[in-house]
Design a protein around this ligand. Structure first.
Ligand code: 26W
Length: 667
């Protein structure tokens, strides 16, 4: 076999970057070396893209999210660079398969579930479309916890994804911003309207960029993640006086802001650290955006023409107050001008109707952590309520419901209200969800500003979720379709012409069978449960929530089990029921449901009377990479959430795209 074009470059990377002799390279070394082949290419494209956008003074979209579920980058980077097959050949010369080598990359799991993965899919899409775009988030030292199952119960472990460094991040040593907290606010000047914030503490936000390759283009986007570091003046006095604990305590106090992703994905924690995390990355991002704009334009009054900032849920909503603070306090812009700009700059996606997931913060806590921002929020609210009062004179209830401050009981700041008032566009994530938004929780706002509420149905990237996850099907589609479905998914319509083609169907079934065998191997390796690839793979994979109704599914499994025992000779289609998903660490009922699934599986899988008619498996540690393995191997996609509760779902799209049939509720 002729050596691959990458044979020598790979060996050179092993020798000169990874530091191992080529003929002693282990899979982990090969992963690093292949990454070091892709990185320079991406870096060059990144520099090219940024230079072109700077020269063009492009309008940019900034996507602010507390969560980015990126997963692994190696396969995506190779695909974008068109290097996959050459890399596979070069790795094969070391007697390893590229997909095995790729498994040595830790998932970048900086998110809980759908909201975080959607952010990653959007970045892929914006890069591929060539939209000048930045993602802004937090470089959590520890991402989504790793799930272990011990005696049928979830056990959480920290996720040390950075332990061996990431080959995909570019530290931006020159880019850092002070982020201040606490303290108090002073009124100065003749009529006391010159405001000075006296902060009580400060951390330094340092930028680390992850490259987001575009597909079918040389464009590369940026995911800029912020890391909290202690300002230079760490408490050396304590250290020098031998009080190392105190010195370490000071350092930890500053740096724990970017340590751990918040594990709950259903209700805001309401804890101070979460608020500090939100403000930390928002302040660094807004400062970065305003600095970039100033450098390119030398003025701020055209900010809205060149900057669009999107809020992924309300977690970054404090950005509205932070932009106002920067414009009014730091750049001395008149309030009205700043507010006019602000509204044009921001847009906001709502991801859930559930009241308990709508973020609110105690006024007292906001006063303690962000006194100046609270003042700004009060002023925004005052002016907003004056405007709203014109709309329905005398209707005090209307104003009470609209207010940014919930006055009932403990006073709390309603972050969704701040997001709506501070944005020019608010979207839901499916037609049904967007309709329910304006009919229920945002009805009052929709009566004020009907044109502000729109729908933008969620999407997924076919690059990761089909081309990379399901190479067999990708090849089949390449042969059957004209055009490039990777960049224009509507090309899938061309499959209609093959629907009655026996050969095509046989090929399709063959790909599915291969994917199921691959999945069954993974399941047996990780759970000991052996599934028959020719049985029907009935799959429900998603975070464990009562509204997603894994409980209903497992009770249905029990029903089927009993029916089989009652009629063993019946014409049963052998079925393997596959579950996967993490429970939020504090969500007791979700953890009980995981335990019940394992108990039901133990009974059924060990009951000889069932024969091969029914099996149950729970795949541990569901995340992006495990999902890439499950989606292609599914026959049936269970989407049975209580109607009106699943805002959109995106796993449903990944399963359908890989040829699974969907069974589900009106959601
Ligand atoms: C801890 C604070 C918090 C609160 C809510 C974190 C995350 C959330 C999100 C609402 C959880 C989430 O991921 N929602 C899912 O978002 C997906 C992308 O829009 C939708 O497809 C899912 O239907 C929605 O449940």
């Amino acid at each position: 076999m002729s050596p691959s074009t990458l044979t020598n470059p790979l060996n050179e990377r092993l020798l000169r970057s990874v530091g191992v002799a080529p003929d002693e390279a282990e899979p982990a070394d090969l992963m690093q070396a292949v990454a070091q082949l892709a990185r320079p290419e991406l870096s060059e494209r990144w520099v090219e893209t940024q230079a072109a956008e700077r020269t063009a003074k492009s309008r940019r979209i900034y996507y602010l999210s507390m969560e980015f579920l990126i997963g692994r980058t190696l396969g995506n980077a190779l695909d974008a660079l068109g290097l996959r097959s050459d890399a596979a050949e070069a790795v094969m010369e070391h007697a390893h398969r590229l997909e095995d080598v790729a498994e040595h990359e830790a998932d970048a799991a900086l998110g809980n579930g759908g909201l975080g993965r959607l952010a990653a899919c959007f970045l892929d899409s914006m890069a591929t479309l060539g939209l000048p775009s930045f993602g802004y988030g937090i470089r959590y030292e520890y991402g989504m916890f790793a799930q272990d199952i011990v005696q049928g119960r979830q056990v959480e472990h920290p996720d040390p994804w950075l332990a061996d460094g990431s080959p995909w991040e570019f530290p931006r040593v020159g880019i850092g911003y002070p982020v201040r907290f606490g303290g108090w606010v002073e009124q100065h000047g003749p009529n006391g309207d010159e405001v000075v914030w006296r902060p009580g503490g400060e951390v330094l936000a340092k930028a680390y960029d992850m490259v987001i390759p575009g597909h079918g283009t040389r464009k590369v986007s940026t995911l800029r993640l912020w890391r909290a570091t202690a300002p230079a003046h760490i408490d050396l006095h304590a250290f020098n006086s031998g009080d190392y604990a105190r010195a370490a305590e000071v350092k930890n106090e500053f740096e724990n802001v970017s340590w751990v992703l918040y594990p709950n994905d259903s209700t805001p924690a309401g804890r101070e650290l979460r608020l500090r995390q939100e403000y930390f990355f928002v302040s660094a991002s807004i400062q970065d955006i305003v600095t970039r704009h100033g450098a390119e334009h030398g003025r701020l009054d055209n900010l809205a023409d060149k900057v669009a900032i999107h809020l992924n849920d309300t977690h970054p909503a404090i950005a509205i107050a932070e932009l106002m603070r920067l414009l009014v306090d730091a750049h001395r812009m008149p309030w009205r001008s700043a507010w006019a700009l602000c509204r044009k700059v921001f847009s906001y996606t709502n991801h859930t109707l559930m009241p308990e997931a709508l973020e609110t913060w105690p006024v007292a806590l906001m006063q303690h952590v962000l006194p100046r921002h609270l003042q700004i929020i009060f002023r925004i609210n005052h002016e907003f309520l004056l405007e709203a009062a014109q709309h329905r004179p005398g209707d005090a209830e209307f104003l009470r419901r609209l207010s940014l401050i919930d006055e009932s009981g403990e006073r709390r700041v309603r972050m969704a209200h701040l997001s709506i008032v501070g944005s020019h566009k608010v979207n839901g994530v499916s037609a049904l969800h967007s309709e329910l938004l304006v009919k229920t929780i945002f009805a009052d706002f929709a009566s004020l500003w009907p044109e502000r509420f729109v729908n933008v149905t969620n999407g997924i990237t076919p690059r990761r979720w089909l081309a990379q996850a399901n190479p067999g099907l990708a090849t089949l589609l390449d042969g059957a379709l004209s055009g490039n479905w990777r960049l224009d998914l509507d090309r899938l319509r061309g499959l209609k012409a093959h629907a009655s083609d026996a050969a095509f169907r046989e090929a399709f079934a063959g790909v599915k069978r291969g994917n199921k065998a691959r999945l069954a191997t993974h399941i047996e390796l990780h759970t000991g449960v052996r599934l028959d690839p020719s049985s029907l793979f009935d799959v429900q994979v998603k975070r464990i929530h009562e509204y997603k109704r894994q409980l209903l599914n497992v009770l249905h499994v029990v029903t089927r089990y009993q029916a089989i025992l009652a009629d063993p000779q019946g014409s049963w289609v052998p079925r393997s029921v596959v579950f996967a998903g993490k429970a939020a660490s504090s969500y007791h009922m979700a953890k009980q449901i995981i335990r019940l699934i394992h108990d039901v599986a133990a009974v059924i899988n060990n009951d000889v009377r069932v024969g091969g008619r029914l099996r149950v498996a729970f795949v541990p540690n569901y995340g992006v990479s495990v999902a890439e393995l499950i989606m292609p191997g599914a026959d049936l996609s269970e989407q049975i959430s209580t109607a009106g509760t699943e805002a959109s779902g995106t796993g449903n799209m990944k399963l359908a795209l890989n040829g699974a049939l969907t069974i589900g509720t009106d959601d």
